[in-house]
Ligand binder design. Structure first.
Ligand code: UD1
Ligand code: CA
Length: 461
């Protein structure tokens, strides 16, 4: 039997008070809905359908062609949202796994477990529920005197005794696909809210079909994120969950509550991460590297035993045993070789360096290809921008660049070159040369003796 997933992602998320539609809002720098789709892709689901509506282009831009879309033109409630998928799923044999788009923390093993439980229990509809000490805002699971589920009542429609029910609806359902559409069509508009509630499917189905709940153990995982406080609660949960996984896999973390690691980051054994460090995107940190404190790494590869302190590394690579920082900034495909030193207040943009190259203090390298064993003196700069276009600098191996050297690009510097401090280099330099490009020093002898002193000093003499 085919298994479909149906993500309800058309809502506005009014309670978020953000420009972005709720399901596109980031949790640890990744849109909520991406978590759901990534996990569904790893689960037993065969086809994923997303119901989009409010700012659908934003959501579709995030998910691309990974899912099939159905549009809910007007947001008339979760029941109406499901019906909007009729064009894709109506009359199909199979099981449908319904998820709200504001529940990013469920991992695929739990998804598969729920699908299996639904089958093993022989249910027509499984409502995934959880126990909440403070169930405010959630639909309550209502049972009859035998304990059978008879309905779900939304907070606003609860009487006083229903308000005390602690078992709540997670908005995750596993349901026979044909029955889903048969009964979704029968849902009546809720008079108070003017919306079609998917939750009504329980009261519609329970008499003629087998309806059960599956109570998940950790209510944080199935918590719906409705506002920015909810975002912070989810981030905290996810941060702890991710960090714990890394620590158990041999990564040392100092003050882990201040460390944020994205969902897709790979960190090898023997890595150390220090406080206030954020590592996100598709980043890989190889064995024995030290990262932090106070560092930000996005979409980068940090090779074995490299060290990054108080620095920012964006879309870049740092070679093995290389040290970066404090206060360095690598960005836009800076590819730093092994055993380099990228030191204090150094910025590297779209440049590569060979092994053993050193740029220790106050240096800008942009659009440069640098060889191995190059030493940049303090304050040297690749002058890559002429006000209109960016130009390339190429530097060979074993080059010594003196302090405060400007390399006016486009320019080529050969191997074994020395460049005198303070030079502004505008011509290519051949292999083995010493380039001096600055005014010759003039010493004016006895200058101080002949100096005309200011009046006030004269009168004192
Ligand atoms: C819903 C459930 C509630 C449950 C809670 C769990 C209903 C009526 N209520 O309430 O029982 O306890 O989730 O978190 O289902 N959406 C659409 N189109 C719409 C409306 C919503 O696609 O017209 C989507 C939203 O984008 C969201 C999801 O459905 O991803 C849930 O909507 P939301 O408004 O957050 O429902 P809750 O009020 O939290
Ligand atoms: Ca919700």
């Amino acid at each position: 039997m085919k298994k479909y997933a149906l993500i309800l992602a058309a809502g506005k998320g009014t309670r978020m008070r953000t420009e972005l539609p709720k399901v596109a809002f980031p949790i640890l720098k990744k849109p909520m809905i991406s978590y759901i789709v990534e996990n569904l892709e790893k689960s037993a689901i065969d086809e994923i359908v997303a119901i989009v509506g409010h700012k659908k282009e934003v959501v579709m831009d995030i998910l691309g062609d990974r899912v099939t879309y159905a549009t809910q033109e007007e947001q008339l409630g979760t029941g109406h949202a499901v019906l909007s998928a009729a064009s894709v799923l109506d009359n199909k044999e199979g099981t449908t796994f319904i998820l709200p788009g504001d529940m990013p923390l469920m991992e695929y093993p739990l998804m598969d477990k729920l699908l299996r439980a639904h089958e093993e229990m022989g249910n027509d509809l499984t409502v995934v529920s959880m126990m909440m000490d403070y169930p405010k805002g959630y639909g309550r699971i209502v049972r009859d005197e035998y304990g059978s589920v008879t309905g779900i009542v939304e907070e606003n429609d609860c009487n006083e005794s229903q308000k005390l029910i602690k078992e709540v609806n997670s908005s995750v359902y596993i349901v026979d696909n044909k029955l889903l559409f048969k009964y979704a069509k029968k849902i009546q508009k809720n008079v108070r809210k003017g919306e079609y509630y998917l939750t009504d499917i329980v009261s519609l189905m329970h008499q003629d079909h087998k309806v059960n709940t599956f109570v998940v153990r950790n209510p944080l995982i199935t918590m719906g994120i409705n506002d920015l406080y909810g975002v912070s609660v989810a981030e905290k949960y996810l941060r702890d969950f991710i960090n714990k996984g890394h620590m158990l896999a041999g990564v040392s973390m100092i003050n882990p509550e201040t460390i944020t690691i994205g969902h897709n980051v790979i960190i090898e054994e023997g890595v150390w991460i220090y406080p206030n460090t954020t590592i996100t995107g598709n980043t890989v940190i190889k064995k024995g590297a030290h990262v932090g404190p106070n560092s930000e790494i996005v979409d980068s590869i940090i090779y074995e035993h490299a060290e990054i302190r108080h620095s920012i590394v964006l879309e870049s690579e740092v070679g093995a045993y290389t040290t970066v920082g404090p206060f360095a900034h690598l960005r836009n495909h800076a590819v730093i070789g092994a055993h380099n030193r990228i030191g204090n207040f150094v910025e590297v943009k779209k440049s590569t360096t060979g092994e053993n190259t050193k740029a220790a203090h106050l240096i800008y390298l942009g659009d440069a290809t640098v060889g191995k064993n190059v030493n940049f003196g303090c304050g040297s700069v690749t002058v890559n921008y002429d006000g209109i276009k960016k130009h390339q600098t190429t530097i060979g191996d074993d080059v010594f660049v003196g302090c405060n050297v400007n390399l006016i690009a486009p320019i080529k510097v050969g191997d074994n070159v020395f460049i005198a401090a303070g030079s502004t280099v505008t011509e290519d330099i051949p292999n083995g040369a010493l380039a001096i490009a600055r005014n010759k020093q003039i010493n004016k002898e006895d200058y101080s003796k002949n100096l005309i002193k200011p009046k006030s000093e004269k009168s004192e003499m």
